[in-house]
Design a protein around this ligand. Structure first.
Ligand code: SAM
Length: 356
């Protein structure tokens, strides 16, 4: 018999007890899982090209277009464009009726710059520097990242925090609805690693009479100030530039302290100590908000969280997977009560806890 015989039909009698494990001993598994990973890399670049060419924004202005009319509008090769449009149909970003293409609701919402929740810039920025992925084996061999994002705070975090603002502003705003911020008054807020300050802005918008102390690195805080100015809140904000592990923070002074997507880049020891600093800054009854992308405790049930951890490992000096067990463990070690986990929008989790 050859080493890899043609697949015999699997019958009911082909159980483990009769003939061994059906897949492993009897019929080889399909190669589809390997192909799907190869294709996943390719489809990412197809989406980047579609965004770079402005396909979604062009389709947002007209109901439906053919490949030829869209190619004329964008000044690109029609047969090449048609392949890209067909690929976008396979990904669920375009619908196709005969020769006409139009946006799906997903593309309207997330892939058009005028959409309700644009992720257009995030697509390119979110994976981190490309060379970190092409050198991933080397990173794992050496235990060290070649081009950590910490080497270029302005170059990496600048575009990132602008690209993530729309999403995080929606998360924060919806969290406010759940927590009833509109019924509160005069909060004093501390937003650590604020980026374009989606969290502080959402709180200041919803809680009348509030003020905020907003922190980020010196290289980023100019962007933070512009964002606050754009939302006409400069008079209610103080900016405190510097490393959030080192800046001076008042004890027992704040009604809300926000750690929005800052823990997963820090590694366990620094994340735990940052949570300690944040809790110490709260007044009794004040709320700690920790938003992040978490993995399940066994690191196998939530692929998004596990793969986000890999993205941190590939791109940062100390970051990696952050499990619920870790985060919850750090929170219960602090003088906190009523620790809750909320999901204001899909995939975006926030721990909310009250200072004793
Ligand atoms: C992923 S962004 C999150 C921005 C914002 N909090 C949000 O939720 O959208 C991380 C931010 O933390 C800032 N950051 C990272 N490490 C920091 C540190 N040690 N001190 C101050 N800011 C830091 C980065 O510059 C960046 O603006």
């Amino acid at each position: 018999m050859s080493a890899d015989p043609p697949y015999p039909e699997i019958k009911k009698t082909h159980t483990m007890a009769h003939t061994g494990r059906p897949w492993r001993d009897y019929k080889p598994p399909p190669a589809a899982a390997v192909w799907s990973v190869i294709q996943a890399g390719n489809t990412y670049w197809m989406l980047v090209a579609a965004l770079d060419l402005g396909i979604f924004d062009a389709l947002a202005t007209e109901d439906a277009q053919t490949a030829v009319s869209l190619a004329n509008q964008l000044d690109v090769s029609a047969p090449h464009l048609q392949h890209l449009l067909d690929s976008m149909v396979t990904l669920g970003f375009l619908d196709q009726l005969k020769d006409h293409y139009e946006l799906t609701e997903t593309a309207e919402r997330y892939l058009c710059s005028s959409g309700a929740a644009p992720m257009t810039d995030l697509v390119r920025i979110s994976p981190g520097p490309l060379e970190n992925w092409t050198h991933l084996a080397e990173t794992i061999r050496n235990g060290e990242v070649n081009t950590p994002i910490e080497n270029d705070i302005r170059g990496f975090y600048g575009p990132l925090v602008q690209a993530t603002f729309p999403t995080q502003f929606r998360v924060a705003s919806r969290l406010g609805l759940k927590l009833g911020w509109a019924r509160q008054r005069d909060y004093r807020v501390l937003d650590l690693g604020a980026g374009c300050a989606p969290w502080a802005i959402a709180i200041l918008q919803q809680v009348a009479g509030s003020t905020a102390v907003i922190n980020d690195f010196e290289e980023i805080v100019g962007l933070t100030e512009s964002s606050i100015e754009e939302h006409e809140m400069s008079a209610r904000c103080e900016f405190r530039a510097g490393n959030f592990h080192e800046i001076e923070i008042e004890t027992g002074a704040y009604d809300v302290v926000v750690l929005g997507h800052v823990c997963r880049t820090e590694g366990a020891a620094l994340a735990k100590s940052l949570i300690g600093r944040a809790v110490a800054a709260l007044k009794p009854g004040g709320k700690l908000l920790v938003a992040d992308y978490f993995a399940d405790n066994d690191r196998k049930m939530n692929p998004f969280g596990v793969q986000m951890g890999m993205t941190m490992l590939a791109n940062t000096e100390k970051g990696g997977t952050l499990t619920h067990k870790q985060m919850h463990g750090w929170l219960v070690d602090e003088p906190l009560e009523a620790i809750r986990l909320l999901e204001p929008i899909g995939f975006n989790l926030v721990y909310v806890a009250t200072r004793l």
